[in-house]
Design a binder for this molecule. Structure first.
Ligand code: NAI
Length: 502
């Protein structure tokens, strides 16, 4: 019989590193008695000192009442042996990420704790089922996947393995809540929810840079300013560390049997191999000064050529026409054979767009009109574009005071391509039942600070538009990576929200 959450008074925490100490802190703050154990001599005591100091700091900052801090401190004790966890109602394991070592700890725990004690692992890359395979009673084993730093990150993924009982899942959800977290129940799958969902943003950005479309600084500026992400994908990878995000990418890619959607690029591995890990090593995608501040190249194009005035619209397009007139262009449907041609394709690159409409690709320039493009414009050119015309067009936008990034040819530019990939992977996670659609959005916004969950993002862009972008990407590149999720396709065909359940 599994414990019910109300009965969980004593929580054992095995491993007192970065994660274990955070889990112990939120457990004690949540009203549970915490027994903290670490195999390394002195590690658990050091962790306890750090937790006590952290609680004091919270009191000093007015974020915690002094009485509550004292109670939390009283509820926390260090134990010297694994055996001392025998009275626990729940044990959370947060030791080294090694399957054999974790299995051994679970096997030992099985001989120590009561039969109704729940066992949970905080693993981020192993399967709960693999850890539980070392045990006899598997119904009481699940995942409690916290995020770093635990006291600040509200999300906890409650991982349900095939053998995990409903009662265990329900009890882990309640314990997560008592620890002050927001639990989301997820399937026991590679990367669980957040570490899978997060692949699209960074890996599509890497692909775009690898294709020579744009620089990391340009991609970051577009994703921050036009799409509202708090950090650009490259800043983010530099912050988490390429030594961390490259292996996670590989684990998720392998775990999904080399699904092209999840493949990263050789550049990612090269940086990892060269020890260029990001902020922590002073150099990653960007260089860092001695204060750890990124030295960012400009993402803006500028030109002192004479500004273009007359331009021809590739197609009738009210939004584009208005934007161009606002910026001082004289825009019409008339092509005098010399002027720049401006268009706003969805999912197409300039080459495809020019070929489809029979346009002169040397004079064609495309603007991305998805996202908040009033903050920053993205201008895309075809191979063989006339530099003088490009300079004149850029000069006009400069004169109008509009920040603009000029990129090379790419189906879906930068922003619509990355945003569509994020939305499509969110749809796929809903399709393969990693979690329910609302929980997917909740987890992605809490776990990664995304401005919108991937499914709400699909709705904001228009489900049909996202589907079109994905279809174009797939057709133009011939790459299976871009196949639209069935979840997305069906909702686009039926005119439904991406959040609509099956
Ligand atoms: P860490 O290296 O900071 O701490 C691990 C601790 O476990 C060390 O104090 C070590 O002495 C202890 N330990 C190792 N083997 C042990 C054993 N057999 N018995 C008892 N204690 C043992 O590692 P961290 O970062 O706290 O990670 C712990 C777990 O949490 C890993 O499974 C990791 O994948 C997972 N995780 C880590 C996140 C992170 O951002 N660091 C985020 C989410 C999950």
């Amino acid at each position: 019989m599994a414990n019910s959450a109300q009965d969980i008074g004593i929580v054992g925490v095995v491993g007192a590193g970065a994660m274990g100490r955070g889990i112990a802190q939120v457990g004690a703050s949540g009203g549970m008695t915490v027994l903290l154990y670490d195999a390394a001599p002195g590690a658990a005591a050091r962790a306890r000192d750090a937790i006590l100091a952290q609680l004091d700091q919270m009191v000093a900052k007015g974020r915690l009442e002094a009485g509550a801090a004292e109670e939390a401190k009283r509820r926390l004790s260090v134990v010297e042996e694994l055996k001392a966890l025998s009275p626990a109602d729940l044990v959370v394991e947060a030791i080294v990420e090694n399957l054999g070592v974790k299995q051994e700890v679970f096997r030992q725990l099985e001989g120590i704790v009561r039969p109704d004690c729940l066992l949970a692992s905080n693993t981020s890359s192993l399967r709960i089922a693999s850890i539980a395979s070392a045990c006899e009673r598997r119904g009481r084993i699940g995942g409690l996947h916290f995020f770093n730093p635990v006291p600040l990150m509200r999300l906890v993924e409650v991982v349900r393995a095939p053998a995990t009982s409903d009662a265990t899942v329900a009890a882990l959800v309640k314990v997560g809540e008592r620890m002050g977290r927001t639990p989301v129940v997820v399937q026991d799958s590679p990367g669980f929810l957040v570490n899978l969902g997060g692949r699209a943003y960074t890996q599509e950005a890497l692909r775009i840079v690898s294709e020579g479309v744009a620089t990391p600084a340009q991609v970051d500026a577009i994703m921050r300013e036009v799409w509202g992400f708090r950090m650009g994908p490259f800043e983010l990878m530099d912050l988490t560390g390429i030594d961390v995000n490259f292996p996670v990418s590989q684990i998720v890619h392998e775990g999904y049997f080399y699904d092209r959607r999840l493949a990263t690029v050789p550049l990612h591995q090269s940086l990892k191999e060269s020890g260029q890990f990001g902020r922590k090593s002073g150099r990653g995608f960007f260089d860092y000064d001695s204060n750890g501040k990124a030295i960012l190249p400009s993402a803006d194009a500028s030109s002192d050529a004479a500004p273009a005035s007359r331009v021809c619209l590739a197609e009738e397009d009210e939004v584009l026409g208005e934007l161009l007139r606002d910026c001082g262009f004289e825009a019409s449907g008339f092509d005098d054979g010399d002027c720049p041609i401006l268009g706003a394709p969805l999912g197409e690159d300039c080459a495809t767009y020019a070929a489809r409409l029979g346009l002169d690709h040397r004079r064609l320039f495309a603007l991305d009109l998805t996202g908040k493009f009033d903050k920053r414009l993205t201008l895309m050119r075809a191979p063989g574009a006339r530099q003088a015309l490009l300079d004149a067009v850029v000069a006009r936008f400069n004169q109008a005071g509009r920040p603009i990034s000029v990129i090379f040819d790419s189906p879906g530019f930068v922003g619509q391509r990355i945003a569509a990939m994020v939305a499509n992977l969110g749809c796929e996670m809903a399709q393969i039942r990693i979690a329910g659609p609302e929980d997917i959005d909740k987890a992605m916004t809490l776990g990664l600070n995304y401005p919108l969950g991937p499914l709400a993002l699909a709705d904001a862009m228009g489900v049909a538009a996202v589907h079109t972008i994905m279809q174009q990407l797939q057709a133009i590149t011939g790459d299976d990576r871009y196949r639209p999720s069935l979840w997305l396709r069906r909702r686009a065909l039926l005119g439904l929200s991406a959040l609509a359940a099956d």
